[in-house]
Design a protein around this ligand. Structure first.
Ligand SMILES: Cc1cc2nc3c(=O)[nH]c(=O)nc-3n(C[C@H](O)[C@H](O)[C@H](O)COP(=O)(O)O)c2cc1C
Length: 140
């Protein structure tokens, strides 16, 4: 389905794993954040790690430079702690709504960080991400 796009900002690879699981489950590949949002993308999955309470810089730029009018967006994040992810998902959601997006839902899970969250995202986190993606498509 060419009207679905998945983009991720992942410094350490944790959020990339979630993006790959979502994309594979939907039969698409993860797009390049340095490129423009494809004109035909109607449902867009955007994910980021949490860095100092913020999304990655490339994701912030991607959102602030994109035209999201008429697009449905689902957000995902990995983080050291749940509060960090909630904050970043909120930040991304507010910025996207200002750019015209409709937010369909969010997903977050833990991502390994220093000595914490070892093994995350793990198989269960990735399965939950695939379920999330299917639920989003069902509402899109
Ligand atoms: C520089 C840096 C800053 C971070 N800041 C936070 C933070 O503020 N809150 C939090 O919950 N996790 C924080 N983390 C943990 C990451 O969000 C977590 O490891 C996430 O899975 C990283 O995703 P990535 O591997 O896709 O880059 C930070 C990690 C790094 C490397």
């Amino acid at each position: 389905m060419t009207d679905i796009a998945v983009f991720v900002d992942s410094r350490g690879g944790n959020t990339r794993k979630v993006a790959d699981a979502i994309a594979a489950g939907l039969n698409v590949t993860v797009g390049d954040l340095s490129a423009a949002l494809p004109a035909g993308a109607k449902v867009v999955f955007l994910g980021s790690g949490v860095y100092g309470g913020k999304p990655g810089d490339a994701m912030t730029k991607f959102i602030s430079s994109g035209d999201f009018r008429g697009r449905k967006v689902a957000l995902f994040a990995t983080s050291g702690g749940a509060e960090g992810a909630k904050k970043v998902l909120e930040t991304m959601g507010v910025a996207l709504k200002e750019r015209g997006a409709v937010i369909l839902g969010t997903y977050h899970c833990r991502g390994k960080f220093l000595f914490t969250n070892r093994g995350h995202p793990g198989p269960e986190d990735l399965e939950n991400a695939r379920i999330f993606a299917r639920e989003i498509l069902a509402k899109s």
